[in-house]
Write a protein that binds this ligand. Structure first.
Ligand code: PEP
Ligand code: MG
Length: 755
């Protein structure tokens, strides 16, 4: 069998020589088809390249009428060549003309050829063209011959990807790989970014496709696979650090694949055709990707991710290339493109060089989204296969608000977005000018605009935005980006640095809101059927008091001699607050006994985010010093609509009568009781929603730093009396409408309230 493959290896060597010759692209391509035809003892060898208009153009031929080069084209799906491009699979026929898809192109003179074999030219699972061989005689092509063609097509893929063939395309047409793409995903964080693609996991560049020494490549492959297996075993056995996203289940799948005889056989066969070990891995993965991407079975498509990951690990093993882009290789305007990414990985990049993030997976409340928002970066998610559609360095535009991504955008689109980015920058400047203007409505009501934070990188924003205070500090984010559970003194210094960053402004620390989807990588997590309704936040805090106690102690120590505000998340009944308060007081007494300086003032409050609180507001208000409405969770529980599930998360509108009635009830009761109440969920940072909240009676809103400017501009143009007079009668109507959004928007427009 090996002997039979000496021909292909010789061919690859020839082709490598041709690739190195100092000739123009057309000559190189012409020589390549001659070599392939002669090596395969075929009369015809042709290369078709896919153009951005979807047509396959004949770029070179040996054997067909050469006049037809750059003239003959066909649609994807048209003829045998079109069929191969569409299915991304090889096709071999002893009698091509009897195939129903056969389409005759008279200018090529191909009717005299009976046998036909064609393979797609693939890169990253995308079809770039088709390579065809034909014979006059009716003959069958062996598996080995098809393999050879697939291998040689990799060289052609490299040529196409290098841009060398672009000069041969007729004026006005572009080869498909370089074509502009406009894609829509899920908006995750607002903002516009223009820059260049940086693949978070850089594709391994296979510098040498053709093997010098086959034996050596075989043993390199074997060694790399053995090392890969050992490293996976270590990961599973817990000997090595398991990175984010590397869950046991995924690793078990890796282990299965790494030992799968079919996968290993395909890799070895690819090496036998004369490829280097790394080129063999890439070839096998290209075929697998092309096949699985067309699968309609979601399970199979999921496996593709695992296979991609594993192939990638093997490539890194073979080439020793780094897993992530180093900061010194980052362009000044980097747009990260990733399948998924952990919050900690994002924080490893140099923030000053980042302009946005595009993710294949990842919803609006994923951790990376929360961190990206804190960094002020636009993010678009749910963009399948984007990592295979772009190359490092491609020009790219991201529009986070609309969930749009433009890859290799044409000049006019670039100009339009550059203008949009300038406009936004001008508006940000105007907002900055408002920094020291108090947020007072036209009818003299002062609204306090606070800032949400959760990372140390957020802290400079307190001064920049002129926020009244940090209305919500999500402490779990500090824990999520740490590599191990922060010890007491580490927590004290973290909290101190938060307080130091906001001198003279109160900070409301929320105790750990972990569980559900907020997992600490170093803490054991539990599988739950309904994590959002499960063991999370204060529930963990009360059931495992050591955790909450140490956090409370650290907060009280950090707040020594200052004003301190602590807030408990997910409170569902009054007794939970009582217990948390008792725990806080025990810690206070402990610190007092040991001579620590205590906070000069301590206020304790709750998040209102579980609907049961709505029917015990009096009980709660009698106990707490303040309340903050977590509308993200409150809405998810009121409407029974998972905030992380994009099929339902936008189904119900917080600007609907039932939601606003619930929000009004909280404001009314708190105002009656004389206890401060704010809204710290996402709705507080959206000008239209914020207008409605103020009309309902809220005088404090806490939001992400970038929202403070737009909300303040709205407040300055608002007459609360008018807005209230408009909104309250609508809440008394019982016409069962889905949303009051349009009416509120029309009101704002009529009154000139800037939104
Ligand atoms: C909320 O639920 O509205 C909230 C502010 O908290 P988080 O988004 O962290 O759950
Ligand atoms: Mg919440």
């Amino acid at each position: 069998m090996r002997g039979a493959l000496a021909g292909p290896r010789q061919l690859l060597r020839r082709l490598r020589e041709v690739m190195a010759e100092p000739v123009n692209a057309q000559t190189r391509l012409d020589r390549i088809v001659v070599h392939i035809a002669s090596n395969m003892v075929a009369e015809v060898c042709s290369v078709y390249v896919l153009r951005s208009d979807g047509r396959l153009e004949l770029f070179a031929t040996e054997g067909l009428n050469r006049e037809a080069v750059h003239l003959t084209t066909m649609r994807a799906g048209e003829g045998l060549v079109g069929l191969i491009a569409e299915s991304a699979e090889p096709l071999a026929l002893a009698d091509a003309q009897s195939h129903p898809a056969f389409s005759y192109k008279p200018e090529t003179g191909e009717e005299i050829y009976h046998s036909f074999v064609g393979v797609p030219i693939l890169r990253g699972g995308n079809t770039l063209g088709v390579l065809v061989v034909q014979n006059k005689a009716r003959r069958s092509y062996s598996e080995e011959e098809i393999e050879v063609l697939q291998t040689t097509s990799m060289l052609l893929a490299e040529m196409i990807a290098s841009g060398e063939l672009q000069s041969l395309a007729p004026a006005g047409t572009v080869i498909s790989l370089r074509k502009p793409l406009s894609l829509t995903g899920t908006p995750i964080a607002d903002g516009v970014g223009l820059g260049h693609v940086v693949l978070h996991e850089p594709r391994v560049v296979v510098a040498q496709l053709v093997a010098e020494d086959l034996k050596k490549e075989e043993s390199r492959l074997d060694e790399a696979i053995a090392a890969l297996r050992v490293s996976i075993d270590h990961l599973i056995d817990g000997d090595e650090h398991v990175g984010p996203g590397e869950h046991r289940e995924v690793l078990e799948t890796f282990r299965l694949i790494a030992n799968d005889p079919g996968w290993l056989r395909r890799l070895r066969e690819a090496v036998m055709t004369g490829l280097t070990a790394e080129a063999a891995v890439e070839r096998v993965q290209n075929d697998t990707r092309a096949r699985l991407q067309r699968s309609t079975d979601p399970y199979m498509r999921e496996r593709l991710h695992d296979l991609d990951d594993l192939a990638n690990r093997l490539l890194h093993q073979l080439t020793g290339q780094p897993f992530v882009t180093a900061n010194d290789k980052l362009p000044d305007n980097a747009i990260l493109v990733a399948r998924t990414m952990g919050a900690a990985a994002l924080l490893d990049y140099d923030r000053r060089k980042l302009r946005g993030i595009v993710l294949e997976e990842g919803g609006p409340s994923s951790h990376v989204a929360i961190v990206a928002r804190a960094l002020g970066l636009p993010v678009v998610g749910e963009m399948p296969n984007i990592t295979n559609l772009v190359e490092d360095g491609d020009a790219i535009i991201i529009d986070g608000g609309g969930g749009e991504v433009h890859v290799r955008p044409p000049a006019d689109l670039q100009a339009a977005y550059a203008e949009k980015a300038r406009f936004r920058a001008r508006r940000q400047e105007q907002y900055r000018d408002l920094r020291d203007t108090p947020a007072v409505t036209r009818d003299g009501v002062t609204i306090e605009l606070h800032m949400n934070a959760g990372l140390l990188v957020d802290l400079p924003h307190v001064g920049e935005t002129g926020a009244a205070s940090i209305g919500l500090f999500r402490t779990e984010l500090l824990f999520m980006v740490a590599s191990q559970f922060p010890r007491l003194n580490e927590q004290v210094s973290l909290y101190k640095s938060v307080l130091d960053a906001a001198p003279g402004k109160p900070v409301t620390f929320r105790t750990l809101d972990i569980g559900g989807d907020k997992i600490l990588p170093y803490m054991r997590s539990f599988e739950e059927e309904n994590p959002a309704l499960g063991w999370r936040a204060i529930r963990i805090g009360l059931d495992r008091p050591a955790l909450l106690r140490s956090q409370l102690r650290a907060l009280l120590m950090a707040g020594g001699g200052r004003d301190l505000r602590i807030m408990f998340p997910m409170i569902a009944e009054a007794i939970e607050f009582d217990e948390a308060k008792a725990m806080t007081q025990r810690e206070l007494r402990h610190l007092e006994r040991h001579g620590y300086e205590l906070p000069s003032d301590l206020k304790l409050g709750i998040m209102v985010e579980v609907p049961s609180v709505l029917w015990q507001l009096e009980d709660m208000l009698a106990r707490v010093d303040f309340m903050s409405v977590g509308s993200n969770d409150l809405m998810q529980y009121l409407f029974a609509a998972d905030r992380d599930n994009k099929r339902v998360s936008d189904r119900f509108d917080p600007l609907s009568a039932p939601a606003l009635r619930a929000l009004k009830l909280i404001a009314d009761k708190a105002n009656e009781a004389g206890k401060p109440v704010t809204v710290c969920g996402e709705i507080g940072g959206r000008p239209l929603e914020a207008m409605a909240l103020i009309a309902l009676g809220y005088k404090g809103l806490s939001m992400s730093p970038s929202s403070i400017g737009p909300v303040k501009a709205m407040v300055l143009g608002l007459d609360v009396g008018e807005a209230r007079a408009h909104l309250l009668p609508l809440l008394d109507r019982h016409d069962g409408g889905h949303s009051l959004r349009a009416g509120l928007r029309a009101f704002a427009e009529a009154k000139g309230v800037p939104l």
